[in-house]
Design a protein around this ligand. Structure first.
Ligand code: AMP
Length: 194
């Protein structure tokens, strides 16, 4: 994996474990020579991932809608900043520029990005690993919910392993690197149809 899209919160929670996790992820990726693709913001965990990766000499590419650049939340010190017009173009570019997705703690925007990465993998729009860093047990309930989806039957058996989970950066990266694409739901369509 040359580049990973990191999805994370734009907030700074009171508990320092979350910012510390973001810093460890940014530094950890840079030290492994893996570039960071992310939402281009300077706030919260997003800014911490970017700053720590840059400090460790890593490549950091931000993809941010014009409206957020105008709102001055864009990080100005990145290796590259790609302004895009819409949130849809942004998520498409996250996918095009990266070899995998890593979600670390975050809120609504982070969930939007995670679920889209999972849903696109199911449909065969991409075949990249979708990782979840369960730092400090933050995602325990989400992991239980994914198990519930599979138990009830909304998540197909061949997609049970779609979400790659670990509570350490090393463990998660090792699992993501070993990822083999799952059978997509729509196998009869050609890529051109998707
Ligand atoms: P949230 O988890 O709700 O804080 O949203 C964070 C995710 O949504 C990030 O991965 C970004 O791609 C996007 N996002 C939300 N707020 C911002 C912001 N202020 N600046 C840049 N991107 C943001």
């Amino acid at each position: 994996m040359n580049r990973i899209a990191v999805y994370c919160g734009s907030a700074t929670p009171a508990d320092p474990v979350y910012i510390d996790t973001a810093r460890a992820v940014g530094r950890g990726l840079a030290e492994r020579g893996i570039g960071v693709v992310y939402g281009g913001g300077k706030l919260g965990l997003m800014g911490a991932v970017a700053d720590s990766a840059l400090e460790a000499g890593g490549e950091v590419i931000g993809v941010i809608p014009d409206a957020l650049v105008e709102a001055e939340v864009a990080h100005r010190g990145l290796t590259e900043l790609h302004p895009v017009r819409t949130m849809h173009q942004r998520k498409q570019l996250f996918t095009d520029l990266s070899d995998g997705f890593m979600t670390i703690p975050g809120g609504t925007g982070t969930m939007d990005e995670l679920w889209e990465a999972m849903s696109w993998a199911q449909l065969g729009y991409h075949a990249k690993p979708v990782g979840l860093l369960n730092a400090a047990g933050y995602y325990d309930h989400l992991i239980a919910f994914v198990a519930k989806m599979a138990e009830v039957g909304f998540l197909r058996p061949q997609h049970r392993a779609l979400l790659i989970v670990d509570d350490t950066i090393d463990g998660l990266l090792a699992k993501m690197a070993a990822h083999r694409p799952l059978e997509a739901t729509i196998t009869r369509m050609s890529q051109a149809d998707l």
